[in-house]
Each structure stands twice: as structure tokens, then as C-alpha cells.
Design a binder for this molecule. Structure first.
Ligand code: 2IT
Length: 452
């Protein structure tokens, strides 16, 4: 009976979210994953009863949608749509990245902001959840076009953010260069030099290790997962997707710890390199990326051992560990089946929601070590939190200091996931663990602050 009630509550909640947010499949997917694991937990805590905590968490505190007009190099006027989702400020100022990509829409940013709220809570640092972006495609744009777009975007965004209100950072399509332009425009309009953005350059308040942090954190988390089955990363084979900042950090750290990375991927397909992607290949990856090129084929052309597979995902390659580090919904049920069939030990998500719900369930059913991005990629935003601290105390920490704190945070997140996600047979359900651990802190803060 008890079980039936909880199941029914989940179904009712999902139906409510679906009705309220039609045509937002990514948002629905992210909320579903949380609802399935958190509603049974809520049912065990009397003080949460009737408080509509999940309903409140699934409704952004504020959604800002704005016109971003700018002039391209040919003198033509372009119009993009800008967004900032201020999801939850119960435990700190809104915090989360800005994404510039043609696929950006309300559903995508709401899913990201929702995930960010749980992720930021898991870091233990005082950061609420937010996300923003624009449907702007940086591919093929000149440096001056990028600058003008960033300025136009910030001309509106600066009215809604601030170091104690909302602190954006980078995401897909927004790196150090874009953060610089955004920061410059904020400072010019507001006449304030503050830590309003993270991921800044070292010369104007950025933190050492922030560029590496997401990828390094993923690998630290993966190390902890492997430790639970008495394994380490030395000599293991890794299949990595993606081509950007996160994949780069992952590959650097895996290589440093003695693992072998067999693949990377771009929108055009994946590269398999039997010799492993290390050394100068990692530098070349960075070089290609900073020239605005994310074509895996161009990477493969440079190295004799590298083979390009057009239009395919890398999950067909046999490996010990898989790390999806590209974007949402890039690992499907059929991929999960192939990975399991090929004996994968561990899947550590580096992107946000790269696996579909049925792929996740397949991993869990087969007792594969599986961690959701909101836990394993939290090192990026955690180090943004460390950048905010350094800005506040007006000091810069050494690489070692930041890296040590990052590692401690990742070990802490892993422990929290284990504490809440351990099942009777000893298997750790990291999805459940991350969702509940992330939920509890936000829920407690919301309860304490009343219905606001
Ligand atoms: O998805 C993410 O956690 C980020 N893009 C980083 C957010 C941040 O504020 O550093």
C-alpha cells in the first residue's frame, strides 16, 4: 500500500510538471530523474510533508528572456534571443554558466538550471542555481563579432546580475575570451569591478585551475568510484566524447594518472587513436579549439594512429571507463547496451545529462558504476565558488591550494552520494545519492525561510 502511494505520487507529480511545462522535453527529463528518486525519500520525512518542496524547486524564481540585437561584420543586423533562468536562491546567489549554442531554448536552460541547483548544493559551497545563454552560434564568427555579441548580451543581462545576486560563468560556447568581453561590458555599464562572473582571466580576478577544474573533478570522482571496487585508473582504457574544455581537462588528468584515452568526438564523428590521446595531442586539441574548430576529422588528420569515424558516437569502442563529456542526450540505450556488452566498469558523466533516462536505468540494472553529471562534473562550479571566495577576500590562491580544495570537495560529494545512495546489496546508486543529498540542503534552507 505504502509503495503504491509513493508510485502514485511520482506519477501525479510528473503529470503536473508535464501539464505545466508542455514542449519542454529536456526539462521534463531532468525533473523526472529527480522525482523518481526524491519523492520516495520525501515520503520518509514528516517535516517535508505537504510543503510542496519539489513543486517549488521545479518553478524558476525568475525567468528573464530578452532580445539581443547586434551588427555583424557585413553590416547586417542580427537578432538573437537571450535568457537567464534564476532557478533557486535558497542557499546562495544564483550561480551557473552561460551557453551560446544554436540549440539553446527555454527547455534546455531550465533543465540546466534545475540540475545546477542540486549540483551547487552538493559542492557544500553557498551557491544557488541558475543558467543562461543565447541561441547564438559562435561557429564561423569573427573575434569582433563575438565581442559585439557579448556586449549586446551583457547590456541587458547586467540589469539582473551582481556578485551578491547572480554570478554567471562559462558553458558550451563561452570560454575565457567571452567571459572577458562580458566582464568588460558589465564593468563599463555598472562602473563596478566585482566578482560578478567566474572563469575570468588570471589578470583580472580569475582563479588558477578553473579551466581544468571540471575535467579534473570528473576524474577525481571517477577515481573514488573505482576505489569502491578496489580498482584505480592506472592502465585502464577510457572512451571520452566531446572536444571542448571539459574533455580536455578529463584527458589531461586521466593521462597524468596512467590511464589511456582512446577517443574524442566532435559534431562530425569520433576519433579512435590506438596509441592513446596524450602529450602533444592534448595541446593540439586546445589549439584547434581556440581557433574555433571542433571538427574531429581535422584532429585525426594530424596523427598517423588516429582514425576518424564519420557520423558515429564513440560508445562502440571497448573500454574500462566511459566519460561522456560533450552535451545532453549523447548516450542512448543502444549505446549503454554496447558498453555493458563490452564490459565497461564505470561510466562517469562529465557533461550535463549526457545519458538518456533509459540508458541510465540500463546501467543501474546491470550494476555498472554510474555517476550523474550533477555529482561528477560539480568540480567546475565548485572551483567557481573558490574563485568567488578569492575575489571576496581579495587574494589569489596557488594552483596547489585550489587543486587540493577541489579534490576534497569531489571526495566529499562522492561520500555524500554513497551515504544516500547505498543499496542493500552494497551497490551504490549515485543517481539516487546525488539527488537526495543535493535536495536535502536546499529543502532545509527553503523550509527555514518560509513560503517565499
Ligand atoms: O554546468 C556547469 O556547472 C557550468 N557550466 C559551470 C557553472 C559555473 O558557475 O562555474
Amino acid at each position: 500500500m505504502e509503495h503504491y502511494n509513493v508510485e502514485q505520487k511520482i506519477q501525479e507529480f510528473i503529470a503536473y510538471i508535464e501539464a505545466k511545462n508542455p514542449n519542454e522535453p529536456e526539462f521534463l527529463q531532468a525533473v523526472k530523474e529527480v522525482a523518481i528518486t526524491v519523492i520516495p525519500f520525501i515520503a520518509t520525512r514528516k517535516q517535508y510533508d505537504g510543503m510542496k518542496l519539489l513543486e517549488r524547486m521545479a518553478e524558476p524564481e525568475r525567468t528573464i528572456i530578452f532580445r539581443v540585437p547586434w551588427v555583424d561584420d557585413a553590416g547586417e543586423i542580427q537578432v538573437n534571443r537571450g535568457f537567464r533562468i534564476q532557478m533557486n536562491s535558497a542557499i546562495g546567489p544564483y550561480k551557473g554558466g552561460i551557453r551560446f549554442h544554436p540549440t539553446v531554448n527555454l527547455s534546455v536552460l531550465k533543465f540546466l538550471a534545475f540540475e545546477q541547483t542540486f549540483k551547487n548544493s552538493l559542492t557544500t559551497l553557498p551557491m544557488g542555481g541558475g543558467k543562461g545563454g543565447a541561441d547564438f552560434d559562435p561557429q564561423g564568427k569573427s573575434n569582433m563579432e563575438i565581442m559585439r555579441f557579448c556586449q549586446a548580451f551583457m547590456t541587458e543581462l547586467c540589469k539582473h546580475i551582481g556578485p551578491e545576486t547572480d554570478v554567471p560563468a562559462g558553458d558550451i560556447g563561452v570560454g575565457a575570451r567571452e567571459i572577458g568581453y562580458l566582464f568588460g561590458q558589465y564593468k563599463k555599464i555598472r562602473n563596478e569591478f566585482t566578482g560578478v562572473l567566474t572563469g575570468k582571466g588570471l589578470a583580472y580576478g580569475g582563479s588558477l585551475i578553473r579551466p581544468e577544474a571540471t575535467g579534473y573533478g570528473v576524474v577525481y570522482f571517477c577515481e573514488q568510484m573505482m576505489k569502491t571496487i578496489g580498482e584505480d585508473l592506472k592502465g585502464k582504457t577510457f572512451v571520452v566524447s566531446g572536444f571542448g574544455n571539459v574533455a580536455w581537462g578529463v584527458i589531461k588528468k586521466v593521462t597524468e594518472l596512467g590511464g589511456k584515452v582512446l577517443t574524442i568526438s566532435g559534431p562530425d564523428g569520433y576519433v579512435y587513436d590506438k596509441d592513446g590521446i596524450d602529450g602533444e595531442k592534448i595541446d593540439y586539441l586546445l589549439e584547434l579549439r581556440s581557433s574555433g574548430n571542433n571538427r574531429a576529422e581535422d584532429f585525426a588528420a594530424k596523427f598517423p594512429g588516429a582514425v576518424f569515424h564519420a557520423g558515429k558516437r564513440p560508445w562502440e569502442v571497448k573500454c574500462d571507463v566511459a566519460i561522456p563529456a560533450a552535451t545532453q542526450n549523447e548516450l542512448f540505450l543502444e549505446d549503454a547496451k554496447m558498453l555493458v556488452e563490452n564490459g565497461v566498469m564505470c561510466v562517469t558523466e562529465a557533461a550535463n545529462m549526457p545519458s538518456t533516462l533509459d540508458a541510465i536505468n540500463y546501467f543501474l540494472e546491470h550494476k555498472v558504476l554510474f555517476s550523474p553529471g550533477k555529482a561528477s562534473n560539480a568540480g567546475g562550479v565548485a572551483t567557481s565558488g573558490l574563485e568567488m571566495t578569492q575575489n571576496s577576500i581579495r587574494l589569489n590562491w596557488s594552483s596547489e591550494e585550489v587543486d587540493t580544495r577541489l579534490k576534497e570537495i569531489m571526495v566529499g560529494i562522492h561520500k555524500a552520494c554513497r551515504d544516500y545512495g547505498k543499496e542493500e546489496d552494497g551497490y551504490v546508486n549515485y543517481v539516487k545519492g546525488a539527488n537526495i543529498a543535493g535536495f536535502v540542503k536546499v529543502a532545509e534552507a527553503m523550509l527555514a525561510q518560509g513560503v517565499v
